[in-house]
Design a binder for this molecule. Structure first.
Ligand code: DAH
Length: 339
């Protein structure tokens, strides 16, 4: 019986399992209830007592070999079957989606790049600002309506801190920070988030983005302000774009202006976007108020400058025909994917 077992071991090792048919053939031949191994177990019962342990051990070894060969053969046939199922060369390829800049950040960067090309440096400041930088130094005294609780988010501070903090309501405090830590000439552009405690509607959100500009030197005039903003709209919207300046009021500029540009949708003829006026409002601007210079220690008799501030969301809404500002911040990929 021992020689039979050795023979069988060799046979099993060299048996080629390479298809479902040969696997089944193998199973029937060795492992089934009437297979060779079962027959040998029967035979073992009748062998004499002394040989039984040796033969029994060998027989179990051969059985384990036969079983593991069966399991391996089965697994390898299954995995190759699965592989050939997975690859269907007639299927269209899968597109992988690539991340991109949010449309608001892209608009912000596009704006900044135009100003950077003519010598403006990007400056940034904190979103949690103190009242001095956000209001006082910008010639916005305590009684000014812009400081009303309705518009400003106040931050609760430590009891031992006497300063009051706010979420900045505009990017103008970056003007103050830049002037306090630099000497003229100054030429900066400052992009960033601003916050206002406003009722959320399709047109208003409690957070939005602005770009601030500031130029300070000797002999800076309104002419320079108009020239640079004209340059900007022509670069961004095309050379036929026109600007106009309407008198306005801001505490930190004197004189102050509202900057309008000819409607880029209808080219000034009148349409829904510009409410048939042919003009779109872009932001505020003006000549830096002498009180602002005094607050940062510049002599207003020596230096003059201009400043401007523009809201980004409004631009993007007009440009892409977005009618609800909230869409920008709901992170719905179907919306964001369009830009
Ligand atoms: N800070 C103003 C606002 O948030 C915008 C602005 C107006 C900025 C005139 C300026 C400026 O720098 O000169 O409404």
């Amino acid at each position: 019986m021992l020689s039979k077992l050795n023979e069988l071991e060799k046979e099993i090792t060299s048996f080629g399992v390479n298809s479902n048919e040969t696997l089944e053939e193998y199973r029937l031949k060795y492992l089934s209830r009437k297979g060779l191994l079962a027959q040998l177990f029967e035979e073992l019962k009748t062998t004499d007592k002394e040989q039984k342990p040796v033969l029994g051990k060998k027989l179990n070894e051969v059985k384990r070999l036969a079983e593991s060969k069966y399991d391996e053969g089965k697994a390898s046939l299954e995995s190759s079957a699965k592989k050939s199922e997975d690859i269907d060369l007639s299927m269209p390829g899968r597109t992988s989606s690539v991340g991109r800049e949010h449309i608001i950040i892209r608009t912000l960067n596009d704006f900044c790049r135009i100003f950077q090309n003519i010598g403006f440096k990007v400056a940034t400041g904190p979103e949690v600002e103190d009242e001095f930088h956000n209001f006082d130094a910008l010639n916005t005294p305590e009684y000014h309506p812009a400081r009303d609780m309705q518009d400003t988010f106040y931050i609760q501070n430590n009891a031992d801190d006497t300063k009051k903090y706010v979420l900045r309501t505009h990017t103008s405090p970056v003007q103050i920070r830049t002037m306090l830590s630099n000497k003229p000439p100054i030429r900066i552009i400052s992009p960033g988030k601003v916050f206002r405690n406003e009722t959320v509607t399709p047109k208003n959100y409690f957070m939005f983005h602005q770009v601030e500009g500031l130029y300070v030197d000797k002999n800076v005039s309104m002419k320079d302000l108009k020239a640079v903003l004209n340059y900007f709209v022509k670069m961004y919207y095309g050379k036929d774009t026109k600007t106009r300046f309407i008198p306005s009021y801001f505490p930190f500029t004197e004189p102050s202006g509202q900057l309008d540009m000819s409607c880029f949708i209808c080219k000034g003829k009148g349409c829904k976007t510009c409410k048939n006026t042919g003009w779109l409002e872009m932001g505020g601007c003006g000549m830096v108020d002498p009180n602002v210079f005094k607050a940062v220690g510049y002599d207003p008799e020596v230096y003059s400058g201009y400043a401007f501030g523009m809201g980004i969301e409004r631009f993007a809404m007009m440009k892409y025909g977005v009618t609800d500002i909230r869409l920008f911040y709901q992170n719905d990929i179907r919306f964001l994917d369009q830009f």
